[in-house]
Write a protein that binds this ligand. Structure first.
Ligand code: F1P
Length: 363
C-alpha cells in the first residue's frame, strides 16, 4: 500500500465517496477479522499459554496508536499481565523510558499499511535489543512489518482507498479483541454476532449521525471515554479532526470536569462512550454538561432514559465489554463524515494528510 495506489479505484455509483462506502461496509471486514483469528487459533493460544514474556507493549502511530490504547488495557484485564500502549516514536527514541531493564516484553505492533517508518524502525530496534515475540496486526500481507513479525494477523478486507482509517481500524480492533478472547473459547464464538449487529446499528442510527453531523449550531465536539473506551474516544476524535477540521478533543470522563468543561456552551456536543463499570458516574458527567447548555449523545450497551441525555445509541448486544468495543465506531465515524461534508471537506483526501507517513533517513 503506497500513497500512489490510493484513490485510483473508481467509487461504486451507490456511494458518493470511498470513505462512506468503507464506513457502511465495515461489517464484512469484521467477519474477515474473526476468520483470520480463527485460522490462527492454535498459534495464538500457544503464545498466550507459553507466556515467554513478562509484559506486553502495544505500539502504532496516529489511529493505530489510539488502537493500541484500546488494546493494551484489554490485554492486561483479560490476560492478567502488565500491558501498556506507547507511540512507536517513543519506543524508538526513548526505549529506556518504556522498557524496564529486567523486563522481557512481547511487542504487538499495529499498522494498517505495515509501512509506517516509525513503527518499522521501533520494531527493528526492539528485535535488536530484545528477543521477545513480535506480533503484528494490519491489512496488507506483503508489508515490511509482516516480515519482522513472528505472528501476523492480516485482514485484507480492512484495506481502504480513503486516507482515513475507518473499517481498517474497527476490523483490527475486532481481531485484537478476538485474539484475546481465545483465552476463553466460548467468548470467541459469541463474537460471531458482531457483523450482523453492526449492520443493525448502521441501519438504525445512520440518520441520527447525519442529523447531528449536519447541525451547524454545533461548533465543537468532546468525546469522553474511560477504561477500555479511552483509546476509542481518542480515535473518533481524530476522525472528526482529520475529516472535518473541527474543534474536537477527547478526554477520560471524570477528567472533563477538571478544567475542559469550561469550554461547554450551547454550541457543544459532548459524546459519551459509556462503560459498564463506571456507567452511573459517567452519566452524571453528561447530565452536568447538559445543564451547562451542551447537547449530549451517549453510546451504551444498556438503554438510557431520555431525561439523562439528548440522544443515545443503544447496542443491546448481550456481549461483554471486552468484545464489543467496535460498536462505538461506525456511528461516530459517520458523524465526522457528515460534519466534513457541511464543512466543505473531502474525507477521502483530508487536508495535509497522506495514507502512510514514510520518513527518509534524516527524519
Ligand atoms: C498510521 C497513520 C494513520 C493516519 C494517516 C497516516 O498509519 O498515522 O493513522 O490516519 O493515514 O498514517 P498505519 O501505520 O496504521 O498504516
Amino acid at each position: 500500500m503506497s500513497n500512489e495506489t490510493q484513490l485510483t479505484k473508481r467509487i461504486p455509483t451507490e456511494y458518493e465517496s470511498h470513505t462512506l462506502r468503507e464506513i457502511l461496509t465495515q461489517s464484512t471486514a469484521w467477519s474477515a477479522a474473526l476468520e483470520v483469528v480463527a485460522a490462527q487459533r492454535k498459534a495464538i493460544q500457544t503464545l498466550w499459554q507459553a507466556r515467554r514474556f513478562s509484559e506486553i507493549l502495544v505500539t502504532g502511530c496516529g489511529s493505530t496508536y489510539y488502537l493500541s490504547q484500546a488494546v493494551a488495557p484489554l490485554l492486561q484485564q483479560q490476560l492478567g499481565i502488565r500491558a501498556r500502549a506507547v507511540p512507536a516514536s517513543e519506543l524508538l527514541f526513548f526505549p529506556a523510558t518504556v522498557i524496564a531493564p529486567d523486563s522481557q516484553p512481547l511487542l504487538l505492533a499495529i499498522s494498517r499499511s505495515g509501512y509506517t517508518t516509525e513503527t518499522i524502525r521501533a520494531t527493528q530496534a526492539f528485535k535488536q535489543h530484545h528477543n521477545g515475540p513480535v506480533i503484528t496486526i494490519g491489512c496488507y500481507p506483503e508489508a515490511e512489518l509482516v516480515g519482522l513479525s513472528d505472528l501476523a494477523l492480516i485482514i485484507d478486507d480492512g484495506q481502504e482507498q480513503s486516507v482515513v482509517q475507518t473499517r481498517s481500524f474497527s476490523a483490527m480492533l475486532v481481531a485484537a479483541q478476538a485474539a484475546v478472547s481465545l483465552a476463553h473459547e466460548a467468548q470467541f464464538e459469541r463474537m460471531r454476532t458482531l457483523p450482523t449487529l453492526c449492520e443493525h446499528l448502521l441501519q438504525t442510527y445512520h440518520d441520527l449521525a447525519r442529523r447531528l453531523g449536519e447541525d451547524k449550531r454545533i461548533e465543537r465536539f468532546y468525546f469522553l471515554g474511560s477504561g477500555l473506551q479511552y483509546g476509542l474516544a481518542s480515535e473518533v476524535n481524530l476522525k472528526m479532526k482529520e475529516m472535518s477540521l473541527s474543534v474536537s478533543e477527547a478526554f477520560h470522563f471524570m477528567e472533563f470536569r477538571h478544567g475542559p468543561m469550561s469550554m461547554v456552551n450551547e454550541h457543544t456536543l459532548v459524546v459519551g462512550l459509556l462503560s459498564d463499570q463506571a456507567r452511573a458516574s459517567e452519566l452524571a458527567v453528561l447530565r452536568e454538561m447538559r445543564a451547562l447548555g451542551g447537547q449530549t449523545l451517549a453510546l451504551s450497551e444498556q438503554p438510557i432514559s431520555p431525561t439523562e441525555v439528548d440522544f443515545s445509541v443503544l447496542f443491546n448486544s448481550g456481549l461483554p465489554e471486552a468484545n464489543r468495543g467496535a460498536f462505538y465506531l461506525p456511528l461516530l465515524q459517520l458523524l465526522g463524515y457528515y460534519r466534513a461534508r457541511v464543512n466543505g471537506q473531502t474525507p477521502d483526501t483530508p487536508h495535509n494528510l497522506s495514507a502512510v507517513v514514510v520518513l527518509d533517513g534524516e527524519q
